[in-house]
Design a protein around this ligand. Structure first.
Ligand code: 2HA
Ligand code: ZN
Length: 270
């Protein structure tokens, strides 16, 4: 059996987590990632019948039964993942209709998956129902997106239109827009259910005064979505207090749609 420390999924996970930390998106224990893996990929590195321990989840997700996830640990610091992946990350298999997680590797210090596990698993189920290629759910605390939720209307259409107007290519990267949730208590099944519902119509869901969730087929796509939305929010926070002289018009956004073969969320452009 090959050494899991060389597994592309582990190497890429550590690199992305380190990159997110270096972007300032994951202070202290902030942020979490889960990655849906194929059994065949896992079996190259682990005996999939060797369960280290069982961890109850506290919710149900029948659509994920038998699925494997590489996931960040609760209370763990993104800063430290690169130095000890086996303590800070875990590889689990979901069983019993989502009610249980079998630990196959990691969380060596006795830890368990992120406190936002319900939001992650429910979001995976929601994304898979609209896009079978979805593999990643990523959460973090980018400063400008967070700042924007203090000063901007939280209506999803209004919030998205502002982001689209801040950088020309935003509409190409996230034509479906971003969905915005009001402030809610984090770590609960309720915020998990609300996030999953929003994930059916967009790969980006903003948690007001907290952070953002992204989803995608791989780490690059998901990181790139958050990176692009955060860049747009940064421009907004630089200009929001200044007199607006120019913008990107809806007519220009329609030209972007035509040129790049994307379709903006129905009714979100005039
Ligand atoms: O795990 O970001 O939302 C730390 C968090 C919780
Ligand atoms: Zn958070």
């Amino acid at each position: 059996m090959k050494d899991i420390m060389n597994a592309p999924f582990l190497v890429e996970m550590v690199r992305t987590i380190t990159n997110m930390y270096n972007h300032g998106w994951d202070e202290r224990n902030g942020g979490n990632i889960s990655w849906l893996l194929d059994e065949a990929d896992v079996a190259r590195y682990l005996d999939v019948n060797a369960v280290t321990r069982d961890i109850p989840t506290g919710f149900e997700a029948p659509a994920l039964d038998g699925k494997y996830f590489l996931v960040t640990g609760t209370g763990k610091y993104f800063k430290n993942v690169q130095y000890d992946p086996a303590d800070n990350l875990g590889l689990i298999r979901v069983t019993d209709g989502g009610k249980n997680a079998q630990l196959l590797w990691g969380f060596t210090g006795g830890g368990k998956f992120t406190s936002e596990f319900p939001a992650h698993m429910m979001s995976h189920a929601a994304r898979l129902s609209v896009d079978p290629a979805n593999r990643i759910v990523m959460h973090c605390h980018p400063a400008n997106l967070l700042a924007m939720t203090y000063v901007h209307d939280l209506d999803s259409r209004a919030f998205t239109r502002t982001l689209w107007q801040m950088c020309t290519e935003c509409i190409v990267v996230f034509p479906e827009g971003v969905n915005v949730l009001p402030w809610m208590l984090c770590g609960t099944n309720e915020i998990g259910e609300a996030t999953a519902e929003e994930m059916k119509t967009a790969r980006l869901v903003v948690w007001s005064q907290h952070g953002i969730y992204g989803a995608g087929k791989d780490l690059d796509e998901t990181f790139g979505l958050i990176e692009t939305a955060e860049k747009a929010a940064e421009i907004y926070m630089k200009i929001a207090h200044l007199p607006l002289v120019n913008t990107i018009t809806d007519a220009q956004l329609h030209r972007m749609e035509e040129r790049f073969g994307v379709k903006a969320r129905e009714g979100w452009l005039d």
